[in-house]
Design a protein. Structure first.
Length: 527
């Protein structure tokens, strides 16, 4: 069977190209399972949690009895304590049948329980099973937070916690290790148990060991996966370069890595611009795959939009980072920052808050700008101007800046300085988006994004265009900015760059000028 890249459900090594996880699996076994720890694997959506549990189960079978469950589509068992206990007995019973458990033990396990004391009876069954099955039992529950706002769920966690503590004291026998997997950290989950109560924090799982293993894909992980693919398909590619570029855009987010690879394998080679599969695994093909990814609807991006609607404070902090260059110190006790990192949209980068990866950044820019451009005069002007900016397949960036300067002065010339300082760069992004939309990509370089400066990188038909957007702060500051841009051009190996200066001095001289340093040229437009 021909292997494929997979972005739906569990990845199977025999069927799918995937990052080798044997070292991580062994580390989990050595540091958590062998020591009998209870822990939670909480990571963002589509971060490989289900696949990790599947691979861990395969490795543990033989030495342990493994019961792997999922609470997805399990709403009916959380109606009452009795339905919870009976539902777990049924589900665990089915798993036991597939393992080396005697028929007698399975029959005993499936015996009815009382409606008066369902959890107590369930606890007794767990004790008898663990005492008599001959092996230690590892319980895994995926999608555990699907019903985490339910009091019945808390009672279940309380049962596991109580039996664990009694086992530690030599007074009970229960599951050797328990792994709960989901998006939320169960230890610090904000729960709303009753409509009449205020939201509060509960810690029903404070027995859990910290699980801080990095589950993202490194550049080497991607490289090894692509090396297997290249050999199977006999495809020519610069693996080191492509792996590095995919990692730059995705930050190693498993779904994003796999989705880009899938597009490069199954869709991009069949477009007329590419003559063969090897031709797709280039910078040009990568940009097309990214463009396709940013345009499609998928469950990850749909969930992102949903979460931003649910948490307006998170949306606000993302907007201020992207458009205003606001620099936040990371604080895990800040609710919005904690939620943002838990969902995978934000990350702690050397003590400062940052967007998790470039793909999310580009998708968020597109989302926010599309909301702003409705009824926007500057966006409408760009749509009307669009055709004149493309000549022989190339983007005439100098003309784009000239026309933006004209429209900016015409539409916003009477606005006050505070508005223009806050909105200037945002307005340019609103202007450039409809011009390159459908053909090019763009992103803002996170390392240079501040309240005073933003570097915009445009990829248009294989050409990289660098535009620095800067607020005027005097001649000396401007000279330093020009030098920084020349250094940036050198880093990107580009001969020509563009400087868009927002100058609010009433005596300013607007227009365009050419600045040269060696073989590098900067075209500056002052608005």
């Amino acid at each position: 069977m021909r292997k494929r890249f997979n972005v739906t459900g569990t990845c199977i090594p025999e069927k799918h190209y995937m990052v080798k996880s044997k070292a991580k699996i062994q580390e989990i076994i050595d540091y958590y399972i062998k020591d009998g720890k209870y822990f939670t694997i909480h990571r963002a959506r589509q971060y490989g949690k289900t696949t990790l549990l599947y691979m861990l189960e395969k490795e543990l079978k033989g030495d342990y009895i493994v019961i792997r469950l999922s609470f997805e589509a399990a709403d009916e068992i959380f109606i009452s304590l009795y339905t919870l206990a009976m539902g777990l007995i049924r589900r665990i019973g089915r798993k036991l049948k597939a393992q080396t458990i005697s028929d007698k033990m399975i029959t005993e396990w499936n015996q009815p329980i009382s409606k008066e004391f369902p959890l107590e009876d369930l606890g007794d069954k767990i004790t008898l099973l663990c005492e008599n099955c001959g092996k230690r039992i590892v319980l895994m529950i995926d999608e555990v937070d699907k019903n985490s706002d339910n009091q019945v769920f808390l009672s279940f966690l309380g049962l596991l916690r109580s039996k664990y503590l009694e086992q530690m004291q030599g007074e009970d026998t229960t599951f050797w290790s328990v792994i709960l997997a989901g998006v939320y950290d169960i230890k610090n989950l904000k729960l709303k148990l009753h409509p009449e109560q205020e939201s509060k924090y509960n810690s029903p799982w404070n027995i859990a060991a910290d699980f801080d293993m990095d589950l993202s894909f490194s550049q080497d992980d991607i490289k090894r996966m692509l090396d297997e693919y290249r050999k199977d398909r006999r495809i020519m590619m610069d693996i080191s370069y492509i792996s590095d570029r995919i990692h730059q855009y995705t930050g190693g987010y498993p779904y994003l890595v796999s989705r880009i690879c899938l597009l490069l394998d199954e869709k991009i080679p069949y477009e007329k611009e590419f003559s063969n599969p090897s031709d797709a695994w280039t910078e040009k093909g990568l940009q097309r795959a990214i463009q396709e990814l940013l345009r499609e609807n998928n469950t990850l991006f749909d969930d992102m939009v949903k979460k931003l609607e649910e948490f307006p404070g998170l949306k606000k902090i993302l907007q201020t980072i992207l458009f205003d260059g606001t620099d936040y110190l990371y604080n895990p006790d800040n609710y919005v920052m904690n939620i943002g990192t838990m969902f995978g949209f934000l990350k702690d980068q050397n003590g400062r808050l940052a967007i998790a990866n470039r793909i999310f950044e580009m998708r968020l820019y597109n989302l926010f700008l599309s909301e702003m451009q409705i009824g926007s005069a500057i966006s409408q002007a760009a749509v009307l101007d669009r055709n004149q900016f493309i000549c022989e397949g190339k983007l005439n960036m100098e003309l784009v800046l000239e026309k933006f300067q004209e429209h900016f002065s015409e539409i916003y010339g009477d606005y006050d300085e505070t508005f223009l300082e806050e909105q200037g760069r945002r307005l340019f992004l609103m202007y450039i988006r409809p011009i390159i939309n459908g053909t090019g990509n763009y992103y803002c370089e996170a390392q240079t994004r501040t309240r005073k400066r933003t570097d915009l990188i445009i990829d248009y038909r294989g050409e990289q265009i660098i535009v620095e957007m800067k607020i005027w702060r005097g001649e000396e500051y401007q000279k330093r900015g020009e030098q920084q841009l020349f250094e940036y051009l050198e880093e990107y190996k580009v001969k020509k760059g563009y400087l868009l200066s927002f100058n609010f001095n009433k005596k300013k001289c607007t227009g365009i000028q050419k600045i040269q340093s060696g073989d590098k040229v900067i075209m500056e437009v002052v608005v």
